[in-house]
Design a protein around this ligand. Sequence first.
Ligand SMILES: Cc1ncc(COP(=O)(O)O)c(C=O)c1O
Length: 485
Amino acid sequence: MAEEKSFHMTPEEFRRYGHAAVDWIADYHSRIESFPVLSQVKPEEIRASLPKNPPAQGEPFEAVLKDVEQLILPGVTHWQSPNFFAYFPCNASGPGILGDLLSSGLGVQGMLWSTSPACTELETHVMDWLVGMLGLPDKFLSSSSGGGVIQDTASSAALCALLAGRERSTHCVSNKKGANGRLVAYVSTQTHSSLEKAAMISGIGTDNLRQIEVDEKFAMRPESLARRIEADKQAGLTPCFVCATVGTTSSNAMDPIAEIGKICRERNLWLHVDAAMSGTAMLCPEFRHLQGGVELADSYNFNPHKWMFTNFDCNCFWVADRKALIQTLSILPEYLKNQATESGAVIDYRDWHIQLGRRFRSLKLWFVIRHYGVDGLQHHIREHVRLAQEFAEWVRNDNRFELVAPVPLNLVCFRHKGTDPANQTDSNQTIMDRLNRSGDLFLTHTKLNSKLTLRLCVGQTNTKRRHVERAWRRIQEEANKVAAD
Ligand SMILES: Cc1ncc(COP(=O)(O)O)c(C=O)c1O
């Protein structure tokens, strides 16, 4: 009988090409410092280099890998470069990448416990480990009233938290009737924009999202929060949700969770704590004072995909009362019904987030935690914080520059005090543009007190003292050039 025609990659081919792909990744990481950190291509340049039409016949794997090297790499901004200091880290590691590869290899879709019990149970287990590792309250453990789930991003976690807060305050009426236009949520002026998006999606509406003022450290003012809640109540509105941040995106400000939590408790508002990047620092007990009062939170999230060596995407989200979350998001169509679900003895994570399908993300987290151990993770986080503090000290000691915000952890917000005489513009813009064009490092900016501010965030997996030293040297060089222009 003739063999059935097949275009699939055979297991032997997969083995061979798989080795080649892993070799390529290992080589990429070892030569990563030779690339300009910020991709220097122009808009549409990458597309122009790609064939107009898809291939009618399959191509050899070698040709595809060669095109990654020649066509794709020029358009890559090297987030994994040790000279990447922009935005926030999105660091990866060998064990994280391999965990993700294994997840793809297994190809599991873990929407229900029964669609792959290990996918659910490893996730629950790792999330319970992390409660202890980050010093979070026991109420977030799966053995208590709460529990944790892996989401794609902090944005999704925030949306789920807001929805759960909405449902709790309206006794699950909003899910049926829609939001009534009278619910109010509270953030600070520095809260991440994902909360604004969550207000849009949840039907609360941005008009009903209050941006509470911040103090001189850019942290939410609890007394302003309390005043605003009372005013809204007086106006007949229904305050339902507050988001406090451990480490704001712009300046790494720390909202006072204990005071905010007390206000939420007294008025029965859902308190969500967003620790997207800085949550990772809580691996080290000496930094946990920054989230003092976290035991008052109804939900908490952080992104191992930012600073905990776990490649994108991986967000950890906990709730103190899992029933509130499940009640908010649960729908059970006939075709998903099964005995395990009906027994009530298992977790079905499909009820814990927006989407139905889910990848086996806990594998990469498990690989990372087992590879580094708690000691290894603490070591690297402490080192990043130490390097950022050292950089801040260099800035403090150079009177041409100033620090613009406190430096609690790994983010330094600073500015050059001068103007660019050539363009009559803020010298910081010129310095940053020139540095980023040089490809030597990548920095981004924010505005604090209306002033353009440079941000240097240390968190890349392989960033060492020599990279931070060089960054400072290059910043000083560009500052000298601006002054001389
Ligand atoms: C404090 C904070 N919250 C939320 C986010 C959004 O993260 P994600 O991309 O996981 O939605 C970020 C960064 O992007 C952040 O810094």
